[in-house]
Design a protein around this ligand. Structure first.
Ligand SMILES: Cc1cc2nc3c(=O)[nH]c(=O)nc-3n(C[C@H](O)[C@H](O)[C@H](O)COP(=O)(O)OP(=O)(O)OC[C@H]3O[C@@H](n4cnc5c(N)ncnc54)[C@H](O)[C@@H]3O)c2cc1C
Length: 263
């Protein structure tokens, strides 16, 4: 049996990597929709950002991320010169390099249709904020934000701007500096965009950015969702600000628990 994954963001790509490492043939479908969250993610995480409720996900995710990608440690400098250590896996290491650029238009138990063609296999719906298209009872909302990329590599910085919220500038991708400020708005507008750019300027990033990466984080009430929709069909979403950790934890659950039980 092969695995067919709908969505090549962090959730879908982490499941693909983990399934392939267990010898499972896997196809990822993703047309690259505007507003996908994963390309914007900084890829930074810290035990200090994990609530007690999310601890089990963190403990499951870490060994899996270390095994497949290697977890880097980065030092971010506060304004007073104090350095704080964070863990980091770049989304660019994780995101599936060659998904089938097809939109999935219909899903049944053990099959899907894309571009008028039918494929059979286990199905994993990992379509971020678009998941409700495949599970009508799923309540899902989004909170948007944008990251800005500046030319050149600057020193890694962090500044606390509110409780649980930081602006961060660091080298996510060689030759550039990635800036993110934790903006997460249901009703995202130009005003939020301008506020993010202003925070970048306040951190010394005054030139025109070379790229803006805008994305919608998926939120589900009561916490992230992993559910079985049919004998051969599963869905996972609700990555919020923790897509790397939750995507990895759910990939382990899918491959190590659900498939083992189903096979
Ligand atoms: C600015 C910003 C910064 C962030 N920083 C971090 C961070 O530092 N650390 C962290 O852990 N998280 C971070 N996040 C959160 C993280 O990005 C999300 O939780 C995570 O990316 C969600 O992943 P996903 O795969 O569920 O969704 P997405 O990344 O949105 O992926 C869903 C994919 O499904 C595809 N799709 C949709 N419909 C279909 C269809 N019908 N057929 C085929 N494909 C389809 C879309 O094209 C899309 O690529 C950040 C988010 C933002 C916006």
């Amino acid at each position: 049996m092969r695995l067919l994954i709908i969505g090549g963001g962090l959730f879908g790509s982490l499941a693909a990597v983990h399934a392939r490492s267990h010898g499972i043939e896997t196809l990822v479908f993703d047309p690259g929709l505007d507003g996908a969250a994963s390309p914007a993610a900084a890829g930074i995480f810290s035990p200090n950002w994990i609530s007690a409720k999310m601890r089990a996900h963190f403990d499951l995710a870490l060994p899996m991320l270390e095994r497949h990608f290697g977890i880097a440690q980065i030092d971010l400098a506060h304004d007073d010169g104090r350095c704080e250590k964070f863990s980091f896996v770049s989304p660019l290491q994780i995101l599936d390099p060659a998904p089938l650029r097809k939109t999935v238009t219909a899903v049944g138990d053990g099959w899907l249709e894309a571009d008028g063609e039918r494929y059979a296999g286990w199905i994993y719906v990992a379509a971020g904020v678009w998941c409700s298209q495949f599970a009508s009872d799923l309540q899902i909302t989004s909170k948007a934000g944008a990251a800005y990329v500046f030319a050149g590599e600057r020193p890694a910085r962090i500044r606390q701007i509110a409780y649980g919220r930081q602006v961060i500038a660091f080298v996510r991708d060689a030759g550039t500096t990635h800036f993110t400020d934790g903006t997460a708005e249901a009703d995202y507008s130009d005003m939020h965009n301008e506020a993010t750019l202003e925070r970048a300027r306040q951190l010394g990033l005054t030139e025109t950015p070379i790229t803006r990466i805008w994305g919608r984080r998926p939120y589900t009430p009561g916490g992230p969702v992993f559910k079985q929709l049919g004998a051969k069909t599963w869905l996972a979403t609700g990555g919020r600000k923790l897509g790397t950790i939750l995507g990895a934890s759910f990939a382990r659950r899918l491959v190590e628990e659900e498939f083992t039980r189903t096979r």
